[in-house]
Design a binder for this molecule. Structure first.
Ligand code: C2O
Ligand code: CU
Ligand code: CU
Length: 526
């Protein structure tokens, strides 16, 4: 079979998604079977009902309406007012995951995977010490299991992929929330499907409060903004597509989404706001800043509140990392506007490759913020925040090393493997046995061309050092973390201690395409 030509409709930053286009298929001739699947699932075909064929594309709801809609470039689409997800409490809560129709702004309604009909998934608000009683109903056409990222429940409630339930199945989660006040989240952990599920809309924030946080009187109500930042690729009609996921860099999009809205905007008062930010992208790393040049006040990260507030100009946030920041709009004038945006950066030693329509480190405006009302807000900005229970590296009794490597593999369909210590994920194999309660030093190394956000379940760790690459520990890596960004050529050392539960948990890359192709290992805490 010969090489396909690129489609003339396929523009940089605006891929056509056609199975006949070389730019969209990586020049790989598409087999007849695959072609039929893609064609049957294409953007102008309505989605089949439950149990039927579900498209890899986000289908437009009205096939005919879409056909009438002229092709757009993303820049022509408007900035749309961002919504906040509905809030729920984790008591007698049912979370139903199902295909559904979501408004993504710009007048577009598309088919996604939704939890309780909402995009993004509802915000779960809990208190430390709360019982967590949640039933998941799986109405997706795939197996599903949810993971509570950053919480430390017992193993049967942690969402290991071996617990995934079939379509129409249910799963009961019962545990006590033991974690500090912080910004956590939940998402699918179905093996091979995490990336697609997240991309299509499964994922919500999980906000935990406690007494230490109450005492700080942080901005709340309409001045507390849960914010899931993501990127997606759009087809010529502005509809998000998830096809031919790039297993090298991971699926990097060209269009910004905030809480499920493409090109989100919000109006604010001249007040102090709290943003609970999650990088919910499959693969894109953000280097966040305010385009008006003002700093952000960082108060928390993956592991909850920091010991004290820190003023930061920029924030590197890999997939799955969170930042809890205060933004002060009190010295702005009504009518002023600016963006929360991601800056251009180089991935040191990173691989770039011609096929990708979007690259890691490209700049993008993420959220447009407009000041629309003058008010008086005397809220203080706290300095001392919290007592962080850090593991002490001087008490370490053992060291372990984890090598994150990527290789070409022409024999596999994905053409790329990503491994930890040479292993591809096997649900039934235990790679590491870690004694409960011991403090250990874990070293993560990456001598390949891709960045890996390294995530550990069942505990939080303390970042001790980063050598090579960016060569420093950042302000937002103080305190406790559950995900740490490992750029090419970087070696990161962390202090780890499991004190929550014994059981089988996971260590994996949170670049979701990397995770799906097997960059994950089992860790048994015993
Ligand atoms: Cu956020 Cu194992 O996942
Ligand atoms: Cu997790
Ligand atoms: Cu990775």
């Amino acid at each position: 079979m010969s090489e396909l030509p690129p489609s003339p409709d396929c523009l940089p930053g605006n891929p056509c998604g056609s199975p006949r286009c070389s730019a969209c298929t990586g020049g790989r001739p598409v087999s007849r079977r695959e072609f039929l699947w893609l064609a049957a699932a294409g953007g102008t075909t309505a989605l089949a009902g439950a149990g039927g064929l579900i498209s890899p594309v986000w289908s437009a709801v009205e096939a005919s309406a879409q056909a009438r809609r002229p092709p757009v470039t993303p820049r022509e689409l408007p900035w749309t007012t961002m919504r906040l997800a509905p809030e729920v409490r984790p008591e007698q809560l049912t979370l139903r995951a199902a295909p559904g129709i979501a408004d993504i702004g710009g007048g577009l309604e598309v088919q996604g995977f939704l939890v309780n009909g909402s995009l993004p998934s509802p915000v779960i608000r809990a208190r430390k010490g709360d019982p967590f009683r949640v039933t998941m109903e799986n109405q997706l056409p795939d197996p599903l299991i949810l993971h509570w990222h950053g919480l430390t429940p017992p193993e049967e409630a942690d969402g290991h992929p071996r617990f995934a339930v079939r379509p129409r199945g249910t799963f009961d989660y019962r545990f006590t929330v033991e974690n500090r006040a912080g910004t956590y989240w939940y998402h699918s952990h179905t093996h091979y499907k995490v990336a697609e599920h997240a991309y299509r809309g499964i994922g919500g924030l999980l906000l935990v409060g406690d007494e230490e946080e109450d005492a700080l009187e942080l901005p709340s109500g309409p001045r507390e903004i849960p914010l899931i930042l993501q990127d997606r690729r759009l087809d010529r009609h502005g509809i998000p597509v998830y096809e031919h996921p790039d297993t090298m860099e991971g699926h990097i999009g060209t269009a910004p989404f905030g809480n499920g809205i493409h090109q989100p905007r919000m109006e604010v008062e001249t007040a102090l706001y709290r943003f609970r930010i999650l990088n919910g992208s499959n693969a894109r790393i953000f280097r966040l800043e305010r385009s008006d040049g003002r700093p952000m006040i960082l108060i928390g990260n993956d592991g909850g509140l920091l010991d004290e507030a820190r003023s930061v100009e920029t924030l590197d946030l890999g997939p799955a990392e969170r930042a809890d920041v205060l933004m002060d709009f009190r010295d702005l004038e009504v009518g002023e506007e600016f963006f929360l945006r991601t800056l251009r950066f180089e991935v040191p030693g990173g691989v770039t490759h011609g096929r990708s329509v979007a690259k890691q480190g490209e700049p993008m405006d993420l959220l447009r913020i407009q000041v629309d009302r003058k008010v008086d807000d005397p809220s203080p900005i706290p300095t001392r925040l919290s007592q962080v229970p850090l593991p002490d590296p001087d008490e370490a009794v053992r060291e372990r090393r984890f090598e994150f490597t990527s290789d070409r593999d022409w024999s596999s369909r994905t053409m790329m493997t990503h491994r930890i210590n040479g292993q591809e994920f096997d649900m039934n194999r235990i790679e590491e046995r870690v004694p409960f309660g011991d403090t250990e030093i874990w070293t993560f190394t990456n001598d390949n061309g891709f960045a890996h956000p390294v995530h550990l379940h069942a505990t939080h760790f303390r970042v001790l050092s980063r050598t090579g690459g960016r060569d420093r520990v950042f302000e937002h890596e103080a305190g406790l973390k559950d995900t740490v960004l490992l750029h090419p050529n970087e070696t990161v050392k962390v202090a780890v201690r499991f004190t929550a539960h014994r059981g089988l948990f996971l260590l994996h890359c949170h670049n979701l395409e990397h995770e799906d192709v097997g960059m994950m290992i089992n860790v048994l805490v015993e």
